[in-house]
Design a protein around this ligand. Sequence first.
Ligand code: ASP
Length: 415
Amino acid sequence: MRLSLNVQIFLGVIVGVVLGLFLNHAGNDSQLSKQGLYFSGLVGNLFVDLLKMILVPLVFTSIAVGVANLRVHQQMHRVWLCTLGFFVISMMAAILLGLGATQLFEPGKGLTLDLFHDAMSGFQAKQMGFGDFTSSFLHALFVNPFAALAQGNVLAIVIYALFLGIALVMGGERYRNILLLLQEGLEITLRMVGWIMRLSPFGIMALLMQLVIKQDVAVLTSLIKFILVVLGTTLVHGFLVLPLMLFLVTKISPSKFFSGAREALITAFATSSSSATLPVTLRCVEQHLHVKPDIAGFVIPLGATINMDGTALYEASAALFIANLAGVELDISQQCIVFFTAMIAAMGAPGIPSAGMVTMVMVLQSVGLPAEAIAILLPIDRLLDTVRTMVNVEGDMIGSLVVQKLVFKINQLKG
Ligand code: ASP
């Protein structure tokens, strides 16, 4: 009897967590847990390497082909507008939720920054003001495509592929062969994604095992209230707000969505990387959720780089948490600054593990909070990154379904 991929992934999750708990209990210094860490690191990293290997050709071909085909259908500007509109609205909802819940539960009140003095004093935060951040973000958009492809710079690849897609449309028949070549390149890349997915149960098992072994229970308990508030609100956004938006626009039920999205959500949880998950995300929306390849090929890679609901929510909530620790009351205008900088910081964060931690510095500095305070957040970040990456990826998938429906409706209205 051959188990379906979904069942195999589910078994991988269970075995990974159980083995991880067992080895964590055995203690970090024991020979057994050292071997467990070595083995899980080896297998987990190989799986992530395979995903990253396929990522660059996939993003490049899927965006170029997606854009070229959209224009053929005269839909380009509608898709653009709906996509950006959805990304902005869903991230705003996430930030409001994060700010609201952190105000309500006030994690960090009663603790003081002095408690974390040692961690903070050994930590040199990279200075990153709003101006520096914006200029370096803009500067990173247009890069020599060969360098971007070689370095796996996803944002720059997305931009170049957009240009290429538009040029292919403008050139029309003249560049038919290049478009065909790219289309076949995309097909063959997706075939390889299918092979990599067969290994995903092992990769996911190893990554989760490694995650659980590395958790330090003492650190987790000292920040438990903040952890619960962040995980709770991120899950509310992922399991209530986003599915509600999906249902209101498309009438697709949450259970149907989650059963189609499962593989990508689990991969995002285990890898903590929207970029590494992208091949799986694209496969899920096209094959299980029936999003048309032109729309998916555009919305998903773009979403994986700029649409990050989980990260936006986290950055806003963590800024209030640090303010509570520092004993600072942020007034309403400062909270508005947190609101906007959290959004920009999330859009600018690349889809890799703990990227949100780097852009977090900008949010803290924008309201005069000590940037070194992220030293407090670092030890718990690997844990929180699992759920926020999962919700980041979920937002992209829901975005592609919503955009597909909206564009269909607008086309019907306008004929
Ligand atoms: N790990 C997240 C992602 O890849 C980014 C972050 O650190 O928030 O989507």
